[in-house]
Design a protein around this ligand. Sequence first.
Ligand SMILES: Cc1cc2nc3c(=O)[nH]c(=O)nc-3n(C[C@H](O)[C@H](O)[C@H](O)COP(=O)(O)OP(=O)(O)OC[C@H]3O[C@@H](n4cnc5c(N)ncnc54)[C@H](O)[C@@H]3O)c2cc1C
Length: 498
Amino acid sequence: MARIAVIGAGTGAMAAAARLSVAGHRVTVYERSETYGGSLGRYARDGFVFDTGPGLLHLPAVYRDLFVKTGKESLEQCVTLTQVDPASRHLFADGTAVSLPNASRAGVTGALDRALGEGAGARWGDFLDRAGIAWNRSRRPLLEEPLPEDRQTLGRDPYPGVRRRRLLRGARQAGTPAEVGAWELADPRLAALLDGYALSYGLDPRRAPAAAALLPYMEETFGSWYVGGGMRALADAVYERCLARKVDFVFGAEVVRVSEKDGRAAGVELADGTGVEADHVVLGAQPAPGLLPVREEPPAGTQGAPVPGRFLVMLSLRNAREAGAVHRTVVHTGDPGAEQEAVFGGRTAHEPTVTVLRPDDPATRPDQEHEAVTLMATVAPHGPVDWTDGALRERFAEVVTGRGAEAVPGLRGRILHAEVRTPAETAAETGAGGGSVPPPALAGAGGAYLHPGNRSPLPGLYLAGGWSHPGGGTAHAGMSGALVAGLVVEGDGFRGSR
Ligand SMILES: Cc1cc2nc3c(=O)[nH]c(=O)nc-3n(C[C@H](O)[C@H](O)[C@H](O)COP(=O)(O)OP(=O)(O)OC[C@H]3O[C@@H](n4cnc5c(N)ncnc54)[C@H](O)[C@@H]3O)c2cc1C
């Protein structure tokens, strides 16, 4: 039995903790705040309840596996999971609207044909077929296995772009989501659809590898799921599972340094000066400067540019949700170039893409005569934009609310209360610099969109959570927990979690 110190109680770290405890280790989680879950937070006021992080779950199989491997009760016995159908509604700048059914390729192509014109569905379907090839090529090494020593094996873009002849310049295939949009989808609304997926994960459609096509493929193939009560309920369930497996939690315990002895991790030092010895240390957060005794690798996909965060407006509304209201609506920008310049250039966008979340869940509202609605935009992190500036917060909240009003009838007249969350609050909740939200790892671009591996260069120190392989997002962080547990339990010979 080894003593394992886990830093942070985010979902990736907790997933590792539960698995390691089941494997017979003594696991203690040191969390600097007074609660678990990190990004999976909850804001409640006067009977209205909101997620302060992601509102939907993708790839629930990752958490099904966690619950199967760590106890008797399945994920579905611990949380209520429902498929969100339609998965999303899209409002494009030219006034076109389309609702895409959940996990139904035929349904999606049919809906696109009807809304965007004959042929649009086939183009999107052909694109998803190519994205499926990319998924099959990179799924195991990217999601289910530790990062290979030779990162170059993931340096090539797995997306099989259509080769395009260019006058006098030879053939080329699309290398970014923006090029896929322009060359293969050939409709500004389909291009906006793909851009919107990339942006919602914090990726720049002009620079990310075309392998970002995996994201719509993943959502449209495996579905979008809502956790009853909100995503915080998933964090509750993972925490409860950890407690049931005898994981210890110490809250209000900020780790300031991972200690090293004889060339390996030997424990953690807490802000109050306490030193804790451990045989293995698992870091489940972005390493603050000086936390690690080894050189830190830069986060993936940044290429020097700041990683975006999220801006939320949580609205308590009077009057009932109208019949047939859609759970998730994306209000697309009319000027994708300007929005991308702003988000990745450290400014606020004039016309941001806004995701409107309207769960039909009685647990989120005081009664049937009210509704809780969250508006979310991907934005530049705190730093380049000063998100503590009250006037700026108010101005941008006004812009986001105006965009949200395009999706919710009579929105402005229904507002009882609006609560704003910016990357400045995310930084406080997760410890990530500037409140950046880590994007999922992608193959391609010579490996620039990969995160540091789960086994650090310092023996005995492992990395879990969104800032390590395979990157950000609830499902990806859950995978990182499985990979860390496999590496600790089976050692360097561990080749994958399935
Ligand atoms: C507003 C928002 C929207 C998001 N939207 C989406 C989405 O739409 N889709 C999606 O897939 N993902 C989304 N994410 C990302 C997703 O929530 C996370 O990637 C996922 O929850 C994994 O988190 P994690 O395991 O990396 O830990 P985190 O949630 O980052 O938590 C880290 C924990 O470590 C603690 N900690 C940090 N430093 C220390 C220290 N030195 N000592 C002790 N404790 C420490 C923090 O207090 C925190 O509790 C969103 C995140 C946010 C904030």
